[in-house]
Design a protein around this ligand. Structure first.
Ligand code: SAH
Ligand code: SF4
Length: 391
């Protein structure tokens, strides 16, 4: 029988597992702390566990994090890791240091089945869901590798966003235990406000997340009406705007913040006119049924080969933001980070064996840029602000 990977367990599952092995429940918290807080991968390191338990565990379980295949460091301090998940698939994880916080952008799937037209991951198709252990071990790796590198005992990663490859709410059963590990005081101890799930709008799962584990929610809106959103975010055909905004409203009753963040990717001559901005205001402020406390995060489109799309000119992004700000929506323009290593939003492509369709996918060329083999990775901690507000 293949060993059980303890990365796949949240604390409740690990407690049950310990009980099944005939061990006391508190052993689970000890194990959990060794793995997630102290970065142990060998049972022999766990000096306060009885030798008999350590040898019992080594016969049936292991602690097997993902192996990073490469690391790229951007001139702005952003770091991107490529993790091998087997079967010819690899996923990407991005670390974004800022003066006041350090955010890890985590992948939840190899590829994505939603297929948004402006997203490199969507262009690749879908291979498979990541397991809980594969999601958690992206955080485990970043946290412990950076602690060693920066010679820090204290926490390095302060925020996690599920904004890497994949649609988190289409991998719900693996996502929720992974979130529990991130929030557990015996592991990473992140508050619900500091862990954000970003979704293209899987309405029933937004409701489930509200009941199960309401962390901060970001919703990828990208259009002020169904016609345009159907084109850009195909899942809109299944869950149109009225249903999506209804779910957002319901979510607010349990959310750790009193607003929803709407992400809006600025695409030249597609969704970026002033008329679109006013339509957005009407939708979210003036229409009774869909009025919602929210903030906007405008994301300048990050280009990738074969998308056929362009980023809105800077001036238009600022004018668009101005309309929203005048209507009293807090609006930020996301500062692009890590573009020189293809680590910006929507540029993550990893390697995906598309099992969904034989599509004409864009072939991405690896940048000949500061790709370090794992043993000689360097880190540049300098970093400018991530968000900027419009003038
Ligand atoms: N699947 C989830 C989370 C991953 S995508 C979602 O769609 O929300 C994370 C964010 O990056 C989303 O807001 C997405 O719309 C945005 N994004 C995707 N491709 C992009 C691109 N090429 N340029 C800028 N933002 C992009
Ligand atoms: Fe999937 Fe999100 Fe990319 Fe759309 S934007 S294809 S939902 S990862």
């Amino acid at each position: 029988m293949s060993p059980v990977n303890l990365f796949d367990f949240d604390l409740a599952a690990l407690t049950l597992y310990c009980e099944r092995l005939g061990e006391k429940r508190f052993r689970a918290s000890q194990l959990f702390q060794w793995i997630h807080q102290r970065g142990a991968v060998e049972f022999t390191q766990m000096s306060d566990l009885a030798l008999s338990l350590r040898s019992k565990l080594s016969g049936v379980a292991n602690i097997a994090p993902l192996a990073p295949r490469s690391e790229q460091v951007s001139g702005d301090g952003t770091i991107k890791w490529l993790f091998d998940v087997g079967g010819g698939n690899a996923v990407e994880t991005v670390f974004i240091p800022e003066p006041q916080r350090a955010t890890l952008c985590v992948s939840t799937q190899a590829g994505c089945a939603v297929g948004c037209s402006f997203c490199a991951t969507g262009h690749q198709g879908f291979s498979r869901n990541l397991t809980t252990g594969e999601i958690v071990s992206q955080l485990w790796y970043a946290e412990h590798a950076l602690r060693k590198r920066l010679r820090r005992d204290a926490r390095v990663v302060t925020n996690v966003v599920m904004m890497g490859m994949g649609e988190p709410l289409q991998n719900y059963t693996a996502l929720v235990p992974a979130l529990r590990v991130m929030l557990s005081d015996h592991a990473y101890g992140l508050s619900r406000r500091r862990v954000t799930v970003s979704t293209s709008g899987v309405v029933p799962m937004i409701d489930r997340l509200r009941n199960d584990l309401p962390v901060a929610l970001a919703v990828s809106l990208h259009a002020p009406n169904d016609k345009l959103r159907d084109d850009l975010v195909p899942i809109n055909k299944k869950y149109p705007l009225a249903e999506l905004l209804g779910a957002c409203k319901r979510y607010l009753s349990a959310a750790p913040r009193d607003f929803i963040t709407f992400e809006y990717c600025m695409l030249d001559a597609v969704n970026d006119s002033l008329a679109h901005a006013h339509e957005l205001v009407d939708l979210l402020q003036n229409a009774e049924a869909t009025r919602i406390p929210c903030k906007f995060n405008l994301i300048p489109f990050n280009p990738f080969p074969g998308s056929g799309l362009r980023c809105s000119p800077r001036e238009r992004v600022l004018q668009f933001a101005e309309v929203l700000t005048r209507a009293e929506f807090v609006t930020t323009v996301r500062k692009t980070r890590g573009a020189d290593i293809d680590a910006a939003c929507g540029q993550l492509a990893g390697e995906v064996q598309d099992r969904t369709r034989v599509s004409q996918r864009s072939v991405r060329m690896a940048l000949p840029l500061r790709v370090y083999p794992m043993s000689s990775a360097k880190h540049n901690p300098t970093a400018p602000e991530r968000q900027e507000t419009p003038a």
